[in-house]
Design a protein around this ligand. Structure first.
Ligand code: FEO
Length: 396
């Protein structure tokens, strides 16, 4: 794929990683791959806004050289020090040693710790500008979107926001603009990205977006560092972020995620699902070993509630469920309504662990756990149905 003109004198020169299947360790599956977006802004002087993951440096250089001579780069702007964007910064500065590295104050330490020192660094903060000769780049610090040192770069004259990780998607395609791809996949990937990366940072997301909206910054294009570029109705993704940060934009779904040893908890899950359905909500059932946890977290972003079930093993939830509980504690789906259920033998323990993890994650546990000893009787399955029905009433 060639370099792509985003708008006059702005070019996408990033890289497409079709094959990456996980991100941040194995916490996030990326079944559609990802892109590492880098942008050239060309005035009398030239800025490269963000670089790519190190192994993709040559792919980026190939695209840059389709537009300019690499030696013409004056500024290497590093919005974020994480290696998927800064990995190729040393390669850029090796090829263009006179280029100035531009980053936030907090990024200096992070970049120096990742890479050898000795670069000519220009530190910028909110409101600072660089004049490329009739073209202005302005910077906005954006702490915790996605690291403390993150910042946004805004191309003032053409109203292009380059917010690095914010508003991205892990979606590798031959297309570059959001309006050119399958809308369903695009939004599912945007939701999954928010849930698995930004959900625990929702307070900072909300604050930063409200701050930017109050500034009345005109935005014609949002060019993130992952996935597709938003050029039609770019504020739609901004409004979605605000809604997700506030726990809005919900669908009539309840997620039931469980694992089972001898099918007792599965029988309970199915009875609970029927109870939920009786109240007009849609249960989404995930038997954990056969479901993708990061997809479940994406669905949870828009669901009205979550029920987690497990058999008890050595007074604990099953190990597969422990991983889900870790997700809840880390991603912190604050205010999401939840409850626990599960079977046990001589001693319980699983449901307490589930409820504790929900509370640790800031969830609103709206019912006491539902349990059944050994194999649920027909009466207990009726009680499971009633539990689902009551849960649905409480989350509606
Ligand atoms: Fe895409 Fe926080 O790096």
């Amino acid at each position: 794929m060639k370099a792509v003109e985003v708008i006059d004198d702005v070019y996408w020169v990033g890289a497409i990683d079709h094959n990456v299947r996980n991100f941040h360790g194995f916490s996030y599956t990326t079944k559609h791959g990802t892109t590492y977006n880098a942008y050239l802004v060309i005035g009398e002087k030239i800025a490269l806004v963000d670089a790519v993951f190190g192994p993709f440096a040559e792919e980026m250089f190939d695209r840059i050289s389709q537009v300019i001579d690499i030696s013409e780069i004056d500024y290497m702007i590093a919005n974020h020090a994480e290696m998927d964007h800064s990995g190729a910064v040393p390669d850029v500065l090796e090829k263009v040693p006179n280029a100035k590295l531009v980053c936030s104050k907090r990024a200096v330490d992070a970049l120096k710790k990742h890479y050898p020192d000795g670069w000519d660094i220009k530190v910028v903060g909110t409101g600072d500008e660089i004049d490329l000769g009739g073209k202005t780049l302005r910077f906005y610090e954006a702490p915790m979107l996605h690291w403390p040192e993150s910042m946004f770069t805004y191309y003032v004259e053409e109203e292009v926001l380059m917010p690095n990780d914010a508003f991205g998607q892990h979606y590798a395609t031959g297309k570059r603009f959001a309006d050119e791809v399958d809308e369903y996949v695009l939004w599912k990937e945007a939701e999954k990205y928010y849930a698995n990366i930004l959900w625990p940072l929702s307070r900072q997301v909300e604050r930063k977006i409200e701050e930017v909206l109050e500034l009345g910054l005109p935005i014609k294009i949002i060019a993130p560092s992952h996935g597709l570029i938003w050029r039609k109705d770019p504020l739609k993704i901004v409004k979605k972020y605000l809604a997700w940060a506030k726990g809005e934009d919900l669908e009539d779904n309840v997620i039931i995620a469980w694992d089972t040893m001898w099918q007792s908890t599965t029988k309970m899950a199915r009875a609970i699902a029927e109870g939920i359905e009786s109240e007009g909500l849609i249960p989404i059932l995930h038997l954990i070993p056969t479901s993708d946890r990061s997809d479940i977290m994406a669905e949870l972003l828009k669901a009205k509630g979550l029920l987690v079930g497990s058999s008890t093993l050595h007074n604990e939830a099953l190990p597969t469920i422990a991983a889900v509980l870790s997700d809840l504690e880390v991603l912190k789906p604050k205010g999401k309504k939840g409850a626990a259920f599960g079977s046990y033998g001589w001693g319980g323990g699983a449901v307490e662990k589930i409820q504790q993890a929900m509370e640790n994650g800031g969830m609103d546990v709206v019912m006491e756990p539902f349990t059944a000893k050994w194999v649920p009787s027909s009466e207990e399955l009726q009680a499971a149905y009633d539990f689902g029905e009551e849960f649905a009433k409480r989350v509606k």
